[in-house]
Design a protein. Sequence first.
Length: 323
Amino acid sequence: MTTSIRAHITGTGAYLPEKIVTNDDLAKTVETSDEWIRQRTGIRARHVAGKGETTSEMATRAALEALEQAGVSGAEIDAIVLATTTPDQTFPATAVTVQDRIGMGDRGFAFDVQAVCSGFVYALAVADNFIRTGQVRRALVIGADHFTSLLDWNDRTTCVLFGDGAAAVVLEARENSDGGILSTHLHSQGAYRDLLYVDGGPSSTGTTGHVRMNGQEVFRHAVTRMSEAVNEALQKNGLEAADIDWLIPHQANRRIIESTAKKLKMPIEKVILTVEKHGNTSAASIPLALYEAVRDGRIQKNDLLLMEAMGGGLTWGSALVRW
Ligand code: UT7
């Protein structure tokens, strides 16, 4: 008889850089204002990585906390799937640095996933599938981005939106379970890759490049695609929006999140919001929000969580989790 294996989140960890940059700080260097940024995005401040706070450093700190909370040692982890758009180096993958630093030695494997702001949902889906097929028993899924290193600090249309950070979850296999990750849903549409991109890279310019975005168009797609991703997850599992205890959206813009919640007729009190304090931390935004709501006790055993994201690519997706 085949037994169903489900991946359960058994630990969470996070790391935010020490330095906090407020809207007023940014208004000293570009033509913007606290009022404009708050009204259009809901952002008040963001953390910006300083010297030594590389993507691997932030990811390692988040991973170590998640391991501690799960009561699992690095030597017991079979795989690391790390979502990032801002690796320490073009190669090797940032995940292998974390593998070394958490004491996995030569056990298992570690690699990066690149789906920009949808990265965490993508990484979670990849690790979930390894666990469901029985190839991996314990995995670390990390979202880590040093996104401010991609910013053109003279471009007010992008530099006010992003921040840095990392967060991690430990996934563990459980047999005959009807909880844990219930389903994941991934999508992309490359025809829209020019709406949000970095104007550099190894095989094109040989430079790192800066973020460029058609904000209004991305906004429009974000509301549509994130609602679709939510509905797909609900339909697949025979659930309704009212069954969701917590919506954990990618934190790009409070207005996008509010529009998505409105479409789902979901009260904003059921939405985990961190965009005000973190800005858009790309792959780190969903696990950072999850971490905060787990730590402050909002998320309780058996709660139904729906994570959803949209980012450059365009990429989008969702993950439904019974806590
Ligand atoms: O994580 C991946 C997904 N990314 C997103 O989801 C981001 C999606 N897009 C957005 O969040 C919004 O489109 C933005 C926050 C980027 C922009 O908000 P908006 O309401 O779409 O503003 P807009 O681009 O239509 O700009 C309105 C005005 C423009 O001036 P004019 O042309 O009306 O004179 C902009 O030049 O606001 C101006 N503006 C600013 N003013 C002060 C743009 N950026 C700023 C700024 N400060 N930082």
